[in-house]
Write a protein that binds this ligand. Structure first.
Ligand code: 5GP
Length: 244
């Protein structure tokens, strides 16, 4: 895979040009962050583990006919994807009440939502990523109200598809966060990454056993965090990761 010019760099990924103007290459970094980037560490191989898990999740979604940017995974940490103009919006789908929702509303932890509860957040550090609705999407010139509804519908499909897949591995998808972009034809496409950094993944049988970034958010030592990502990789890919 030939890396072109660096286009941008975020907390966990670098975007490069490729030899095709409609495609870009993502490099998954070993950085792990939480709390608006206030907590930051490096965990060797984390980029590889997350790239591989993301690729697996995107393969499932592509097979279901859900539009995603994923084209190809090149181990250890590169992913070829369709070039998108990303929307500065995070879309969360909650299947089970957890996390920030419990701080905002009088909802009991563990409450099940069917269909999933979808929330939109505007990515803006200065304003701490405020929650927005379909009208804000229109007012911020990010899309029409119908497109905002389409984003929510696709998000529920993503959540249902991944939940069905994960349950066959004994994992419960409690919630997830995804991001959307527009392709060259202006279609809405699921972009960014989906893995243990952006989902809550719980063991179906062992109460309190989690396979996602909450382990890091809650302050576990970095070797335990890495073990969690390795465990998730092994469960989903049914092989040992080739750690560097
Ligand atoms: P909460 O709003 O409860 O903090 O998070 C809901 C879900 O969205 C969780 O699965 C969490 O991992 C994901 N999420 C929320 N905000 C972010 C973010 O800024 N980055 C990532 N990677 N995931 C997020």
């Amino acid at each position: 895979m030939k890396l072109g010019k660096k286009i941008s760099e975020g907390k966990t990924k670098i975007v490069y040009e490729s030899d095709n103007p409609n495609e870009v290459i993502l490099e998954f970094k070993d950085d792990i962050t939480a709390g608006d980037g206030l907590k930051h560490d490096i965990i060797k191989d984390k980029g590889y583990l997350n790239a591989a898990i993301s690729a697996e999740f995107f393969r499932i979604l592509n097979k279901k006919g859900i539009p995603t940017h994923f084209i190809e995974f090149t181990p250890p940490r590169f992913m070829k994807v369709k070039s998108l103009v990303m929307l500065p919006v995070e879309v969360v789908c909650r299947r089970i009440a957890a996390g920030h929702l419990l701080k905002r509303l009088p909802i009991k932890a563990g409450t099940n939502f069917k269909p999933g509860l979808v929330e939109l957040y505007y990515k803006d550090d200065e304003h701490h990523d405020p929650m927005i609705n379909e009208d804000h999407i229109r007012i911020l010139n990010l899309g029409t109200v119908d497109e905002a509804r389409e984003i929510k519908e696709i998000t529920v499909k993503v959540s249902d598809a991944l939940a069905e897949y994960l349950t066959s591995y004994g994992i419960v998808l409690a919630d997830l966060k995804i991001e959307f972009g527009r392709d060259k034809n202006n279609n809405l496409v699921v972009g960014d990454e989906i893995n243990g950094d952006s989902c809550r993944l719980w063991d179906e049988k062992i109460e309190g056993k989690i396979y996602d970034k909450d382990v890091y958010r809650k302050g576990a030592p970095l070797n335990k965090v890495k073990d969690t990502y390795i465990e998730l990789y092994k469960m989903l890919l049914k092989k040992d990761p080739k750690l560097g």
